[in-house]
Design a protein around this ligand. Structure first.
Ligand code: ASN
Length: 653
């Protein structure tokens, strides 16, 4: 089956429409429409300084650095209560209602000041978190029905992926609340379905309902919100038990411990103690210049076949019979099966000849399949694909994803199954890098030696060294620094990455190199500037195009973009207007006084600007807040040729 048909429609058949709790709420609409999904762009006061509007005392959006997180609540213990049969089941509408009452999850006072009297209906706000840059505003979308994750199917994965896609540009990060039983399957599947992901997606849940006094739900939920709102970790992650893990590396290891998940073959991406410690070197970043998109077509004809001693031929044969198209063979130890069972081997051979893709994964929670024994070599000879150290959950969902790629041939599908697509497998032993050679030398001279000191030194030195190389346009040096272990995505004290600088300097080659090495287009610096804004500010059209192809988009309120457009029009800068246009701006966007580029270019007498922008206006007669049209401005500016031009375009006074 295909999870939602052959093409990529916007709705998922069989899935009910999500109830978006906030959509019915006027204040929420205000949040969405004022900013059109863009975060505040003006320079900000350091958190948590809050300025208030003198007239009504409300918080002024532009004064506070905020991040938006969409929460997709699918069900799970986190929102469950005991029912009449005294067992846990999800309760509709209960989670958001109770969250609003928890002062450590929702800052009612901030919401009131920020959104006004109807704050009970406004977006939720995470209280100020010491050491974090941004206030997290979050919007909860509750699914109907809420599900125990044991009841979830591939349709539900497609529904979540689809919802993330629909709102991708409007949020800085995503949190999915989910039951723990099948959470690793969903996380693995989403990691493949969300292609060229540039933003943080965190799936979490709990072992004890959030309504109970002693719960892991509050901690997991708030930590997930904090990370999703403050860090760009472009992966599908699981947050559980104080650890952020790569989703497709996780397995549920306990049905009752609060440390329910483990990532046996890859260390956590971040550990949450008193501080949040992200290991940036572990982050798997998309390294192609392509936009975010989702692949919703999954093939359900896949399965997990766990070998056991004396497995019968009939069981084995029944499992491999059509319509099966992909099988994860869970073998013993380092990838071994009973090689003295000719009957099983012949069945495997017949299935492989029919085009069934068979992946060999180990039953051991830890370690990888490898050609060490005769009992394992037999599978390679049959054309069974090594799954290396993939978890069964990752291998199964990857099969469903890869087989669902109808544009790929069988050979390509097999190739993809053994390739590392999202950090889900380790195919070869990583070459020993000359990690920290350089930092080592400095460390020796400073008599530093502990791993923490070395890490700290690297984090301080590398961004400066990389930026130096970017400024010199020295690609070779950047490459060398990478080989020394430098994190190309590192930020300096202004929270700027090397990509910010390369865009500002207009160096196309370095921009390409950094994008191919996974540096995120979404990082906002201390002043809320993105690499895209840097490229716009220097009119680097080729770079703008590259960033857009990578999924970059303008941030900041649309009114602020209107202001910038008008400023460019006042200078007659067609180039800058084109820069904004290529970056996705709407050229007819007014500034806060209702003035557009048309008004401003008419006033200052720039006919080439007027001619260029006219086609982007539905009506050339739009008036600003003073009631003046572009024609009025051209007349007052004394530009006779422009008056004629505007009249010919149907512009009225
Ligand atoms: N802790 C949990 O969330 C378990 C629950 N049965 C679920 O998967 O929905």
């Amino acid at each position: 089956m295909s999870a939602n048909g052959d093409s990529a429609p916007t709705t998922v058949p069989g899935a009910t429409k999500p109830i978006d709790i906030q959509v019915r709420v006027p204040t929420h609409e205000r949040l969405m429409s004022i900013d059109k999904g863009m975060a505040p762009s003006s320079p900000t006061l350091p958190s948590p300084t809050i300025r208030r509007n003198k007239s009504d005392g409300k918080l002024m959006a532009q004064d506070i650095k905020e991040a938006r997180v969409r929460v997709i609540y699918t069900g799970g213990t986190i929102g469950m209560m005991r029912n009449e049969r005294n067992v846990l089941a999800p309760i509709p509408n209960a989670l958001v209602r109770s969250i609003r009452k928890y002062p450590n999850i929702h800052d009612e006072e901030y919401a009131l000041r920020r959104f006004g009297a109807s704050a009970s209906m406004a977006p939720l706000v995470l209280p100020f978190v010491q050491g974090m840059d941004r206030r997290v505003l979050y919007q909860v979308t509750e699914y109907t029905p809420l599900l125990d994750s044991s009841n979830m199917t591939m349709h539900d994965w497609a529904r979540i992926a689809n919802d993330i896609q629909q709102s991708y540009e409007f949020f800085d990060g995503f949190v999915v609340l989910h039951g723990t039983d099948t959470l690793s399957y969903t996380a693995s599947a989403l990691s493949f379905m969300l292609e060229n992901l540039g933003k943080t997606v965190i799936i979490t849940g709990s072992q004890i309902p959030i309504f109970e006094t002693r719960t892991d739900g509050k901690d997991n939920f708030t930590s997930a919100l904090i990370i999703a709102g403050n860090y760009v970790i472009p992966e599908v992650c699981i947050f559980f038990g104080h650890k952020l893990m790569r989703g497709n590396r996780t397995v549920k290891v306990s049905s009752n411990s609060l440390d329910a998940f483990d990532s046996p073959n890859v260390p956590p991406l971040a550990r949450i103690g008193i501080d949040v410690n992200v290991d940036y070197r572990l982050i798997f970043r998309p390294c192609s210049i392509e936009r975010f998109c989702v692949h919703l077509n999954l093939d359900e004809n896949v399965g997990l076949l766990r070998i056991f001693p004396s497995i019968s031929l009939s069981t084995f044969r029944a499992f491999l019979a059509p319509p099966i198209r992909g099988v994860v063979l869970q073998s013993f130890g380092s990838g071994n099966i009973p090689s003295n069972r000719r009957d099983l081997i012949e069945e495997l051979q017949a299935a492989a000849d029919r085009g069934v893709i068979i992946i060999n994964c180990t039953q051991c929670p830890n370690g990888s399949v490898a050609e060490i024994y005769d009992t394992g070599k037999v599978l390679c000879d049959l054309g069974v694909i090594p799954g290396y150290d993939m978890t069964p959950e990752a291998a199964l969902s990857k099969l469903a994803y890869v087989i669902g790629k109808e544009e790929w041939s069988l050979d390509v599908k097999k190739q993809m199954m053994q390739s590392n697509l999202r950090g889900e497998l380790t195919s070869v032993t990583a070459p020993k890098m000359e990690d920290y050679d350089l930092v080592d030398a400095v460390a020796r001279s400073l008599h530093l030696s502990s791993p923490q000191e070395l890490d700290q030194l690297g984090a301080t030195l590398f961004p400066a060294m990389i930026n130096g190389a970017v400024a010199e346009g020295d690609l070779k040096k950047i490459n060398n620094l990478k080989a020394y272990g430098a994190d190309l995505s590192g930020t300096n004290h202004d929270q700027r990455t090397a990509l910010h600088l390369a865009c500002q300097l207009g160096n196309v080659e370095i921009v390409k190199y950094l994008l191919h090495n996974g540096v995120s287009v979404h990082v906002r610096d201390r002043y809320d500037r993105t690499p895209l804004l840097e490229a716009v500010s220097t009119d680097s059209h080729e770079i703008i195009q590259l960033l857009i192809n990578c999924g970059a988009h303008l941030t900041g309120s649309s009114r602020a973009v209107g202001e910038q457009l008008c400023a460019a029009a006042a200078r007659g800068s067609l180039t800058r207007l084109k820069s904004y246009q290529y970056a996705g701006a709407d050229l007819s966007q007014p500034d806060p006084s209702g003035r557009t580029v048309l008004h401003v270019a008419a006033l200052h007498g720039f006919p080439e600007v007027v001619e260029y922008v006219l086609p982007y206006f539905e009506s050339a007669s739009e008036k600003d807040l003073l009631g003046l049209s572009a024609l009025n401005y051209a007349e007052r500016g004394g530009h006779a040729a422009l008056v004629d031009l505007l009249k010919a375009a149907g512009c009225e006074a």
